[in-house]
Design a binder for this molecule. Structure first.
Ligand SMILES: N[C@@H](CCC(=O)N[C@@H](CS)C(=O)NCC(=O)O)C(=O)O
Length: 365
């Protein structure tokens, strides 16, 4: 294509593949051998519910600041789907969604923070992959946001570019330690195109480099592009290209080796979905406790002799507490990334299965 791409000397950082990082970090703290790694992971993760209860809060690993997912507001309070998800778990465990502390983590830092026990949940726009679910010793609890990788360009700088297939020769800004970096290589190779990766570890470095015109293209999860666009000098100059080049199922993860904690976090996600499906909202949840519907009564823990929460290790009104704290999944989506937010992202495939989307919870019974 005819676009004049920047030919500036590119600062190419070490490509820290996740696996390499994982091994290096653990060597650094004196752990020898993969078997030992596994044992350490289990030791760090057993009894998370008890540890969390003893300390009185959940330590939640989030991003360093990605609008809509996890970013501090003017008062320093963390906002976004991922931050609210941790509040939902706190509401399930403590009956109080405020019992959370947040740890900002870069893409590279996030997995070791969870493995080492520094955080109890990783809730940070993280893609569920086989490598992370196996070799990295994590358990993903579900997909709180179905995403895909996209590209953003400055349309003023590259007039006439309306497809990623026109990007051969471009300098592409990308963050290290992400699936983004790997998919980018696959996509350009598969389409026999050249590119110059401009790789940084910190989000603010990627954003600044792109905003200053050091790269022609910004690539990350499409939802991330919409959030990042809002932070640029003149957002209206930037367009997100139509191609989605990968599947990025984003969701919270916990350490392997602690089934009880895994179940609490997983069923918190399902409870958010089930509440939306049943029309239970932050505003009507108390009223809904007296609903004539046996299903609503059951989900809200109002059946006689119920063990709907205690079997999980929490109180029977755990779903009431979740919805009171953050609303249902639809409310959480709209407020943070959807129509009630500056991002205005459509529900799309993140709609409930009853509305043609992929969000589906197994029965709470
Ligand atoms: N979903 C991808 C990308 C996640 C990712 O870290 N994206 C960057 C660019 S939007 C980000 O969120 N950075 C935030 C930060 O480092 O604080 C993954 O799991 O690897």
């Amino acid at each position: 294509m005819g676009a004049a791409f920047t030919r500036e000397k590119i600062r190419v950082c070490l490509k820290n593949r996740e696996k390499g990082l994982w091994v290096m970090k653990n060597i650094a703290i004196g752990i020898l051998g993969a078997a030992t790694l596994g044992l350490m992971a289990s030791a760090a993760s057993a009894g998370t519910l008890d540890t969390v209860k003893a300390k009185g809060f959940i330590q939640c690993g989030v991003s360093t600041g990605l609008a809509g997912f996890s970013a501090p507001d003017d008062k320093g309070d963390w906002q976004g789907i991922d931050a609210d998800f941790c509040r939902a778990v706190a509401a399930a465990v403590f009956g109080d969604g405020t019992k959370v502390k947040f740890t900002p983590l870069s893409a590279k830092e996030r997995f070791t923070a969870l493995q080492s026990g520094e955080v109890d949940i990783l809730s940070r726009n993280t893609t569920w992959t086989i490598n992370r679910d196996t070799a990295l010793g994590l358990n993903f609890v579900g997909v709180t946001y179905y995403d895909g990788q996209g590209f953003m360009i400055n349309a003023k700088k590259l007039p006439g570019v309306n497809s990623a297939l026109q990007l051969s020769g471009a300098a592409v800004c990308v963050q290290s330690g992400t699936t983004t970096e790997l998919n980018l290589a696959d996509y350009f190779k598969a389409n026999k195109m050249e590119y110059n990766p401009v790789v940084f570890e910190k989000l603010e470095e990627v954003n600044a480099a792109y905003d200053a015109g050091r790269c022609d293209v910004y690539t990350t999860d499409q939802s991330g592009l919409y959030g990042i666009r809002l932070t640029l000098g003149s957002p209206a100059d930037h367009v997100v290209l139509p191609e989605i080049i990968s599947k990025e199922p984003l969701g919270p993860a916990v350490r392997q080796g602690d089934d009880q904690w895994y179940h609490i976090v997983k069923w918190t996600y399902f409870a958010l979905l089930q509440a939306e499906e049943l029309g239970i909202t932050k505003a009507n949840v108390d009223e809904m406790k007296n609903s004539p519907s046996p299903e609503i009564k059951r989900v809200l823990g109002q059946e006689a002799d119920t063990k709907i929460g205690t079997d999980l290790g929490v109180s029977n009104d755990w779903v009431v507490n979740i919805v009171k704290a953050v609303g249902n999944y639809g409310e959480l989506f709209d407020r943070n990334v959807g129509s009630g937010s500056p991002l205005k992202i459509a529900r799309g495939i993140n709609a409930l299965w009853t509305k043609g989307g992929l969000q589906y919870a197994p029965p709470i019974r």
